[in-house]
Design a protein around this ligand. Structure first.
Ligand SMILES: *[C@@H]1O[C@H](CO)[C@@H](O)[C@H](O)[C@H]1NC(C)=O
Ligand SMILES: *[C@@H]1O[C@H](CO)[C@@H](O)[C@H](O)[C@H]1NC(C)=O
Ligand SMILES: *[C@@H]1O[C@H](CO)[C@@H](O)[C@H](O)[C@H]1NC(C)=O
Length: 311
């Protein structure tokens, strides 16, 4: 009898011990990896563009998120709205943001492209869709470290049409120099808790009920001082893989409010049917395929003198 009792106790202890070990491992694992904090000093630059911002400060720097495979989209942007140009005597420069890939061939091609065009900013994090926050923060770090002399920065994507002339005109009219942030304002957004949605965010990733005010990641514009300020607070706000929400969290912490650039809508994150007169008065339009980019851009360039009916 005594022997059976001892054995039962022994087995219970072993089971209890195993359970403790299991829960401590799985319960503590997330803290071991610290996934919730952005490490701002992490990673090294693999490619840097050829620009001396101190000598020739640009008025506007465009940072375009891109991936290795999107070579054609980059070529089209370089030949259309991303062309280096001066608008009202203001210098505009476009750069592409890339991460790193395991493919040796693609890495080589991108390194060659970078040598040739000198317009690629690349760091050694894995280039993946849900690493967009790292990509955006690389661009912000680059402005902070290498180009704080720029007056304004726009972060946008490679499937966007950007009307540089109108953006410059509106920025000059707005006459703001610091703590300015604009785009398509999203003031009342909630995390999507449906597991099948592309934008699903678990309560574990983001436990709060609503997002801070932010601007659609398809295209937002800010005075360059915001880059340094966002960079400085980026490791003290919760990390989230949605880059636009992450920047929103930084802005909330900095108490930088979002502002409209114009009384009319100028940012179109959901796309807009093309017409020359319509596109003369917009800043950014989403879902523009590379093959349409060139024809839109040429139509706009050819219609500079053309009168449009007043809206
Ligand atoms: C823009 O102006 C600067 C000097 O003001 C000049 O060096 C540069 O070549 C111009 N760029 C273009 C594309 O005209
Ligand atoms: C993002 O990049 C980091 C650093 O290279 C990598 O460890 C991580 O797996 C990447 N995330 C995704 C979703 O691929
Ligand atoms: C721009 O703002 C500054 C003050 O911030 C003011 O002195 C200047 O007159 C303004 N310029 C225009 C064109 O409104």
């Amino acid at each position: 009898m005594a022997y059976a009792k001892t054995r039962l106790m022994y087995v219970s202890l072993v089971v209890l011990g195993a359970l403790c070990l299991y829960f401590s491992m799985y319960g503590l694992a997330p803290f071991k990896d610290e996934p919730f904090v952005f490490k701002k000093e992490r990673g090294t630059f693999l490619q840097l563009p050829d620009i001396n911002c101190r000598q020739e400060p640009p008025f506007l720097v465009l940072l375009v998120t891109s991936s290795h495979e999107q070579m054609f989209a980059r070529t089209v942007i370089r030949n259309t709205w991303g062309k280096e140009k001066n608008v009202s005597g203001k210098r505009i420069k476009t750069f592409f943001l890339l991460g790193a890939t395991a493919s040796k061939d693609l890495s080589k091609v991108v390194a060659q492209e970078s040598q040739r065009h000198r317009d690629i900013i690349q760091k050694d994090f894995t280039d993946a869709y849900f690493n967009l926050t790292l990509k955006t923060m690389m661009g912000i770090e680059w402005v902070h470290r290498f180009c704080p002399q720029a007056a304004f920065v726009m972060k946008t994507d490679s499937d966007m049409f950007v009307n540089i002339d109108y953006l410059t005109e509106l920025l000059l009219k707005k006459n703001r120099t610091t703590r300015f942030f604009t785009g398509f304002l999203k003031l009342n957004e909630f995390p999507i808790r449906d597991k099948h949605n592309k934008w699903f965010v678990s309560k574990y990733e983001y436990p709060w009920e609503r997002y801070p005010p932010f601007c659609s990641g398809t295209g937002y514009v800010f005075s360059s001082d915001v880059a340094s300020q966002v960079y400085h607070v980026s490791d003290s706000v919760p990390f989230i893989k949605l880059e636009d929400v992450f920047v929103g969290l930084c802005l909330e912490k900095l108490k930088i409010g979002l502002e409209e650039l114009h009384s009319e809508q100028t940012f179109f994150p959901n796309g807009l049917a093309f017409s020359t007169c319509r596109f003369k008065k917009i800043v950014a339009c989403h879902f523009v395929k590379p093959r349409n980019m060139l024809s839109y851009w040429q139509a706009l360039e050819n219609s500079l003198e053309e009168e449009c009916p007043a809206v």
